[in-house]
Design a protein around this ligand. Structure first.
Ligand code: PGA
Length: 249
């Protein structure tokens, strides 16, 4: 079922004390909403975050996970480890993981497979670089990213996939895709999925927009028919800003 979602990706920000403070502020201020609200603190604080939000509607999600079940992967975290501390959703394929940690489409396809096999919902991130957009290649790049990581799935698997379109040029830059650019790409993504799978898969998948979403632009972006919510970086670190974005959905 397609749902509205606002998720905060905290990236490598907030130590334990700061995490507790921000989570308490978020639960205290969370408005009544039909949208799913999620936060992704860093690994080391996931357990504390799950405890802190025990009686809150806010879901704690992971920023990443490894594709192997267990073993000699120093510094990595497995699906079972996430499930064991109460995490049921993981961001996979964030552009920073692709750019700084060498995560290729191949690796991401493996991560998606493992996550789904283990029962972890995937928030799959993808999006073009500035040069792709300038050269008019953005639709092709996005289609390839989706194809390489997700098109081997069967229709049923899609009920555990959330998509997050994040044009790389708009992440952390203050530069946002216009609501029209976001809608144009989201409609393209839905059409592409409809052609590769079927219209029910396409109509039921939530497609979030990410890239410099702020209280001032959230409402207009979220008003577009194929935009089902947002993945928020910088603005998710400030309780009032994140709550204002949740109210905009
Ligand atoms: P931003 O980050 O909101 O700071 O641009 C978005 C993201 O990386 O998910």
């Amino acid at each position: 079922m397609r749902s509205k979602i606002v998720a905060g990706n905290w990236k490598m920000n907030k130590n334990l004390d700061e995490t507790e403070t921000l989570l308490s502020a978020l639960s205290a201020k969370l408005p009544d909403t039909d949208a799913e609200v999620m936060v992704a603190p860093t690994y080391i604080n996931l357990t504390a975050a799950v405890r802190n939000l025990e009686s809150s509607k806010i879901e704690v999600i992971a920023q990443n996970m490894h594709f192997a079940e267990s073993g000699a992967y120093t510094g990595e975290i497995s699906a079972d480890m996430l499930l064991n501390v109460g995490i049921n959703t993981a961001i996979i394929g964030h552009s920073e993981r692709r750019a700084y940690f060498g995560e290729t489409d191949d690796i991401l396809a493996k991560k998606v497979t493992t996550a789904l096999e283990k029962g972890i919902r995937v928030m799959f991130c993808f999006g073009e670089e500035l040069e792709d957009r300038k050269s008019g290649n953005h639709f092709k790049v996005v289609e390839e990213q989706l194809k390489n990581a997700l098109f081997a799935l069967d229709n049923a698997a899609w009920s555990n996939i959330i998509l997050a379109y994040e044009p790389v040029w708009a992440i952390g830059t203050g530069e946002t895709a216009s609501p029209e650019q976001a809608q144009e790409m989201h409609a393209f993504i839905r059409k592409t999925i409809g052609e590769a799978f079927d219209s029910s898969v396409a109509n039921n998948v939530s497609i979030l927009y990410g890239g410099s979403v702020k209280p001032g632009n959230a409402e207009e972006i979220f008003s577009k028919p194929d935009v089902d919510g947002g993945l928020i970086g910088g603005a998710s670190l400030v309780a009032d800003d994140f709550i204002a974005i949740v109210k905009a959905i």
